[in-house]
Write a protein that binds this ligand. Structure first.
Ligand code: ATP
Length: 134
């Protein structure tokens, strides 16, 4: 089976309404956190910083120490089953303006409950719920 590895981050910013979380709309239609494939020689956190910059234009990222978790799934591409693992961190930013790349259709900043409802996949929701318990 083909194996794929990505790294990503739940990103939040403080607003007058409390913490707002960033979700992206992927080309296949799902809503998920910022993530991307790990390039050779990168640490997970280097991947995350690069992907955040490329996919959102955000550069002022601070990692919240102590949170690291993983989402796993299978999907099919060109008739091949791919097993994918995505390592996730938690980080915050003071930037609200997002500059999307060609890789996504849309973005949104949502409260915890709205973001939980918007996330397409149960596995991502499960990871996100652990953040509320922090
Ligand atoms: P990356 O952001 O890591 O470069 P990508 O844009 O290539 O990823 P994914 O978001 O991993 O692609 O989506 C690839 C396929 O897996 C899509 O068909 C998507 O619907 C599906 N998928 C994405 N996340 C999950 C998940 N948590 N559970 C199950 N299937 C998922």
């Amino acid at each position: 089976m083909l194996e794929e590895r990505s790294a990503g981050s739940v990103i939040y910013r403080e607003s007058s309404k409390g913490k707002m979380y960033l979700l992206l709309n992927y080309p296949s239609g799902h809503w998920d956190f910022v993530k991307g494939n790990i390039e050779e020689g990168e640490t997970f956190k280097q991947t995350v910083l690069r992907e955040i910059r490329e996919e959102t234009g955000i550069t002022d990222i601070t990692f919240v120490e102590g949170f690291e978790d993983k989402v796993e799934y299978h999907y099919q591409r060109d008739g091949q089953v791919i097993h994918k693992e995505v390592v996730f961190f938690l980080s915050n930013t003071k930037t609200d303006e997002v500059i999307l790349s060609y890789e996504h259709r849309d973005y949104t900043w949502l409260s915890f409950d709205d973001a939980l409802a918007k996330l397409t996949y149960k596995t991502a929701q499960k990871l996100f719920k652990k953040i509320k318990d922090l």
